[in-house]
Design a protein around this ligand. Sequence first.
Ligand SMILES: Nc1ncnc2c1ncn2[C@@H]1O[C@H](COP(=O)(O)OP(=O)(O)OP(=O)(O)O)[C@@H](O)[C@H]1O
Length: 281
Amino acid sequence: MSNIIEVHNLNHNYGDVQALCNVNLTIKKGEIFGLLGPNGAGKSTLIKSLVGALKPTSGKIKVNGYQLPDQRKIVQRFIGYMPQNPALYEDISVEENIRFFARAHFITNPEEKVAQVIKFTALQKKKDKPVRTLSGGMKQRVSLACALVHQPEILFLDEPTAGIDPQLRQTFWQYFHELSAKGVTIFITTHLMDEAEDCHRLGIMNKGQILKVDSVKKIMALGQEFISIKKNGEWKEITPNAGLAEALYPYGLSTDIEEIRIQHENLQQIILKLCKEGDSK
Ligand SMILES: Nc1ncnc2c1ncn2[C@@H]1O[C@H](COP(=O)(O)OP(=O)(O)OP(=O)(O)O)[C@@H](O)[C@H]1O
């Protein structure tokens, strides 16, 4: 798969705050890439730089071969961006909002595309309602429809499912997988670990730096195993340094061992560990 996004030595300062420190990253065409990290890690700043909304302090960004921010007018034609807070016109209808975004992209057959995206995001029943009358989750759905109406090749989603119910989250992820299967590249930030596990690759960010980029499987493999053994009604925790068999050997297989539980560190714990390791460097 070819690289659709290339970031070299990217830095961004807001006055004294260094929000991005020497970020290097490549994103492959058609992948779902998840960017994770604690609050203030720099995720939104990176997304805003990648959509051409922020001028970097230094470094290079290439999206589909075009340089940012200089060629942002061209880049913005084939990318979609769903910001963290929906940027919608509250007093006009759902359909008029989507039409506005369609016209802003000068697409051919705007009415056809508006109708298609309303159907895709299942907004038919709400299309005539003013946005201000919608719930937060519905507004997120409209925001997604606006980001999709010009059929972008790359979709940037900044916490698209924050504050929405599990059913709608599932629907959104169904859309993301459908789009990815059609070759759309998806760059997403999330704090939700089940969503992160649905991505093809993950980037872990902290304090403006990318600490790790790898497949979900390889990042999960960084986790440790913990063994809990219940003997005579009491639990004892052991952390195997070598193999499982070696860790269990001293306990034998006697009948007074009532239960053995083996747990693997979860993604959240692995991310926290990577951030802590990064802090101590
Ligand atoms: N407009 C701004 N002016 C000054 N500092 C800013 C601005 N926007 C962000 N920052 C700072 O830059 C750093 C990175 O912020 P950013 O919003 O990119 O983080 P984030 O990882 O997206 O956080 P969150 O998970 O809370 O959305 C933080 O220290 C933040 O306070």
